[in-house]
Write a protein that binds this ligand. Structure first.
Ligand SMILES: [Zn+2]
Length: 159
């Protein structure tokens, strides 16, 4: 995966900006039309609650193009809905390799670890989410950032 020219963090080729610092990705390339069509099909299955079918499609997308962040994110969501927490955690961890600066991903891994009964891992992930929230460029306003922090702190209290 290419490195960010500003901070040196890794960026997936299909992400237009760095998950650590928000800089533009010079190696950005859009996903193919075929993958786009598959993503639409998978989203349709997801929205009707057909998590098994959607999960199958997302796995196929990942096989065809392993640098599409959304495919891991939604596959993790499908597995979570199917209560396959260990698998969902593994998929979210793959998503973290594509967006290592994403506080939301660590939050998701924390919540999934709680569901899987792994409280030590849950705490570690939630603490990392809180740390990354200081720099994560995804938040549009300081209020959004604070709202996220409150959500993480709430999860930490029950972890
Ligand atoms: Zn960067």
């Amino acid at each position: 995966m290419p490195a960010c020219p500003s901070c040196g963090g890794t960026i997936a080729r299909t992400d237009s900006t760095c998950s650590y610092c928000g800089s533009d990705n010079p190696a950005y390339r859009p996903v193919s039309a075929d993958i786009d069509a598959m993503m639409a099909g998978a989203m349709g299955a997801l929205q009707t609650g057909n998590y098994t079918a959607a999960g199958k499609l997302y796995r196929q997308i990942i096989q065809d193009d392993p640098e599409i962040y959304c495919a891991y994110f939604y596959l993790g969501h499908c597995l979570s809905q199917l209560r396959q927490y260990e698998e969902a955690i593994a998929v979210m961890q793959q998503a973290i390799t594509l967006r290592p600066g994403s506080s939301a991903l660590y939050y998701n891994v924390g919540v999934l670890s709680q569901s899987a009964g792994r409280s030590r891992e849950a705490r570690a992930s939630l603490e990392q989410a809180l740390k990354l929230a200081d720099t994560d460029p995804v938040f549009a306003t300081p209020a959004d950032r604070e709202e996220f922090r409150q959500r993480v702190r709430g999860a930490l209290r029950s972890a």
